[in-house]
Design a binder for this molecule. Structure first.
Ligand SMILES: [Zn+2]
Ligand SMILES: [Zn+2]
Length: 172
């Protein structure tokens, strides 16, 4: 009487079976996965499973399944990044314009300060010149008229001159 060893079907066998079914039911990929491309084997995908028949059979990861959903996900991610990039560039341009405007305002303030300094210097020079002229006029007044001349000019009071008494006394 024969004895049967009851064993589970190995996963290798199941993989091979699945690979065969995918290979028979699936379609050849427009672009083979990198494993099939490297091995030169036919890359066949079933729409229901993301691995090609060869990668299923060999039990290796498969990167060749073209998934519209994955592609669309990448596309929407890419569009988000593009929008962020445009926004960033727009901000940069706006900030560059603002920076230029600030620079122009700073320059105009510097010019205004320069004009203030020039006006103040001119005013100071004029004031100094006027002071010099006033000093010269005072000096001319002091040098040009001594006390006697001033007394003669303004009229000295009678008998106030000390020299006059002696003169009158000697005469009398
Ligand atoms: Zn493949
Ligand atoms: Zn593959």
């Amino acid at each position: 009487m024969p004895t049967y060893k009851v064993s589970k079907v190995s996963s290798t066998c199941r993989r091979k079976g699945l690979a065969l079914r995918v290979a028979s039911l699936g379609g050849v990929a427009v672009m083979p996965c990198s494993a099939c491309a490297a091995a030169g084997s036919l890359c066949v995908f079933s729409p229901q499973y993301p691995k090609c028949s060869e990668c299923i059979r060999r039990g290796v990861p498969c990167d060749g399944n073209f998934s519209e959903a994955d592609f669309d996900r990448l596309e929407s991610e890419k569009r988000k990044l593009e929008a962020a990039l445009w926004a960033s560039l727009a901000r940069q341009r706006k900030e560059a314009v603002e920076a230029e405007s600030l620079g122009q305002r700073i320059e105009s303030l510097k010019k205004a300060q320069g004009a203030m300094i020039a006006r103040e210097a001119q005013s100071l020079e004029q004031a100094e010149q006027e002071e010099r002229q006033a000093q010269q006029a005072n000096a001319a007044l002091e040098v040009g008229f001594d006390e006697q001349q001033l007394a003669a000019f303004f009229g000295a009071p009678e008998g106030s001159c000390s020299g006059g008494d002696n003169l009158q006394g000697s005469q009398g």
